[in-house]
Ligand binder design. Sequence first.
Ligand SMILES: Nc1ncnc2c1ncn2[C@@H]1O[C@H](COP(=O)(O)OP(=O)(O)OP(=O)(O)O)[C@@H](O)[C@H]1O
Ligand SMILES: Nc1ncnc2c1ncn2[C@@H]1O[C@H](COP(=O)(O)OP(=O)(O)OP(=O)(O)O)[C@@H](O)[C@H]1O
Ligand SMILES: [Mg+2]
Ligand SMILES: [Mg+2]
Lengths: 227, 227
Amino acid sequence: FIKLRNIVKVYGSGQNSFLALKGIDLDINAGEFVALMGPSGSGKSTMANILGCLDKATKGSYLFNGVDVFSLNRNETALLRRNYIGFIFQGFNLLARTTALENVELPLLYRGMPKKERRKKAREALDMVGLLEWEKHTSAQLSGGQQQRVAIARAIASNPLFLLADEPTGNLDTKRSVEIMEILSNLNKDLGITILMVTHEPDMAKYATREVHFRDGEVNKVEAVIK
Amino acid sequence: FIKLRNIVKVYGSGQNSFLALKGIDLDINAGEFVALMGPSGSGKSTMANILGCLDKATKGSYLFNGVDVFSLNRNETALLRRNYIGFIFQGFNLLARTTALENVELPLLYRGMPKKERRKKAREALDMVGLLEWEKHTSAQLSGGQQQRVAIARAIASNPLFLLADEPTGNLDTKRSVEIMEILSNLNKDLGITILMVTHEPDMAKYATREVHFRDGEVNKVEAVIK
Ligand SMILES: Nc1ncnc2c1ncn2[C@@H]1O[C@H](COP(=O)(O)OP(=O)(O)OP(=O)(O)O)[C@@H](O)[C@H]1O
Ligand SMILES: Nc1ncnc2c1ncn2[C@@H]1O[C@H](COP(=O)(O)OP(=O)(O)OP(=O)(O)O)[C@@H](O)[C@H]1O
Ligand SMILES: [Mg+2]
Ligand SMILES: [Mg+2]
C-alpha cells in the first residue's frame, strides 16, 4: 500500500541547511495501524508531512497505492490528498474565526459533497469526539483539547483511506485520550482505514499494531506489537 | 501571596454566553508548586490566564502579593505582569519569523535589561532546555516540542516571582518531559519561585507540592501531596 525508499529531507540550503531525515525505508500494508515514536526533534512530523503529501522529500521515492507521489504535479498531489488522506495536525491548524462545524465540513466541501449530507457527516464526527454542543464555537472560543478534538473530527469525517494523526492526544486528559484512541482503533478494525499515528505516549501506542521508532532522522527500530 | 475569592468567568454575552468558571476560591502561598488538573474544557487555561493577569474575571477578587489586581488599569496590569510573572502558553505563542533567541530575549527586553546581559541570560535558558544549537531557527523551523521548549525558556529566563505553565509537556517525549519537570522543580526549591502548572499527566503532577482538580468550571477537590 505504502512504500518509502531512501527518503531524505533537508530543510533550507547552504549554510542554513538542516538534515531532518537521513534515508528512511518504510513499508506500510493496507489496514495496519502504525505508531511512530521518538524523541522531540527526531523527524516524526517531517515524516508525517511527506506521507500525507503535504511536503516533498529532497531525495527518495514514495509509492502510494502504486502511484509515484513525487512525480505528480501540484494539482494531482492535492487531488490525491483530498480524496484519500486525512491529516490531524500537531498544531491543530483550524481556520480562525470559523466555527467548529465549518472546520469539520471543509474537507467534505472540497470533495463536492452536497450541503445536507456534509452537515450530517460533520455533526456525526463532532458528536463522536464529544463536541456537538460546541459546533458554533470558533477556534478562539475553544480550549486547547477541544481544538484538538475538532481537528480529529475534521480528519475522520470523510473516512479517508489513509489517516495520519500527529500527536492527537497531546492536549487531552486520560479519559478523553482513551476515547480518541478507541475511535481510531475502531476506524482501523471496522472500516480498514490505514493509520499512521505519531505519539510520544507509550500508553497510546499500545492501540497500534506496529511501532516504528525514530532517532535523529533515522529509523531506530521497528517493533511488531503482538495483539 | 495569592488569594482568589469567588472568581466567575463568562465568555461572550446574551445568547452566546458561556459560563467557564463558576465561583473559584483559591489560596496559593509563596513558594508552593501547585498542579492544576481536570478534564479538557474544565476551565484550567481560563484560570491560568486570570492568575497570569492576561484576562480579567467577570466577578470576584484577586489579591496578588497584597495588590488588588482587578482595580489596576491596563498599564499597571501590564507592569505587574512584566515584572513578576512568567507564562508558558498551551499554544506556545512564539512570535513567527523570529528566532528562538529573540523570542526568549523579549521579556528581558521589556524589563530594560542591557543587550549583553539579556543575550547571556537568554542563551542560558535555551541551553537549560537543550536548544542552544537551534537559537537561530525561527518558530516555523522548529518541531512542536522544540517550540514548546522555547516557550519554557522564555518564561524562566527572567526568574519571575510567579511562573504559570499551561500544559508545558504536552508535546514532549518522556525524557524531555522529565528534564523540564526537574528544571521547574529546581526553580521552585532553589529560588523559591511560586509555580502553578496546568497538566493532565499524573506523572508530571507528582513534581508538585499540591494538586487542585477542576471539573466543569469548579474546584472538584484539593489534594495535599505529601513529599
Ligand atoms: N472565548 C471563548 N468564548 C466562549 N467559550 C470559551 C472561550 N474560551 C474558552 N471557552 C470555553 O470555556 C471552557 C473552558 O475553556 P479552557 O480553555 O479554560 O479549558 P481547559 O481546561 O484549559 O481545557 P484543555 O485541557 O482542553 O486545554 C471550554 O468549554 C471552552 O469551550
Ligand atoms: N523549516 C525548517 N527549517 C529548518 N529546520 C527545521 C524545519 N522544520 C523542522 N526542522 C528541524 O527538523 C527536525 C525535525 O523536526 P520535526 O518537526 O519532524 O520533529 P518531531 O519529531 O516532530 O518533533 P516533536 O516531537 O518535537 O514534534 C528538528 O530538529 C527541527 O528543528
Ligand atoms: Mg512533531
Ligand atoms: Mg487549556
